[in-house]
Design a protein around this ligand. Sequence first.
Ligand code: BTN
Length: 264
Amino acid sequence: MELNPLNADLIIKELEDTVFSKIIILDEVDSTNELAKRIIKEEKPQEGILIIAEDQSAGKGRMKRRWWSKKYLNLLFSLLLKPKIDRRLGFSLNMAAAISFVEAIKEIYDIEVMIKWPNDLYIKEKKLAGILTEFFLEGNLLSYVIIGMGINVNWAPEREDMIYPATCLAKEKGMYIKREPILVEGLKKFDRYYKDILSNHLEELYEKWNKKCMILGKEVLVRDKDREIKGIALRVEKDGTLIVKVADKEVKILYGDVSIIMQN
Ligand code: BTN
């Protein structure tokens, strides 16, 4: 497998006109999300920092899980944003990140990627990417938001302690995949959706996200901290709440892990 570091000059040039006015590319860090948090604490930065790492010694997933990767093979990055929008619009930022990369991967590699609520990217039944978003509040407004994303481009973990099987783009295409085009195209698209969110134009984003959400209309099992809910996934509301039909009632689920129940 080729081990090529990311081309920093190309990334900086391609993202010149986007919200990312500062781009940090590191060989290794504990976690790009943790670094973003330290920057917020120490520098109270302005809008739009992109932090990319070739490797993470303590990559974090949702629900206190680890995120695994291999140096120079995948994409690991955090977007540090300062959106000053109502906290209830926070989930739309997840939606923007997910749909941007779904569209970028479809355009560049013609691979159909779906979104599994709340914000995993899947190819068929295998996980391709994950998003970990952390919000900071100032009253009812978001002050800072960190959107951390890991995309398995050329390597996918195969570990027994993983709940979901994983895949990577290289496996799906049967060839080495250059990382820069996906990163750049995905972030250019994100930049456009982000501007829509800031100007409260959310309909197109919601519509596209819902079309790509793989669980809607399916029988699902959702586990949150202390419940297991089985029913039909009906819709995802604008604030990210999943609505599941159980018997004849609609149950609201704020967060959790969802599996699709396969019918034979
Ligand atoms: C998940 O699926 O559980 C979310 C995974 C998020 C992983 C990314 S990799 C870059 C950023 N830094 C981290 O420590 N985590 C996120």
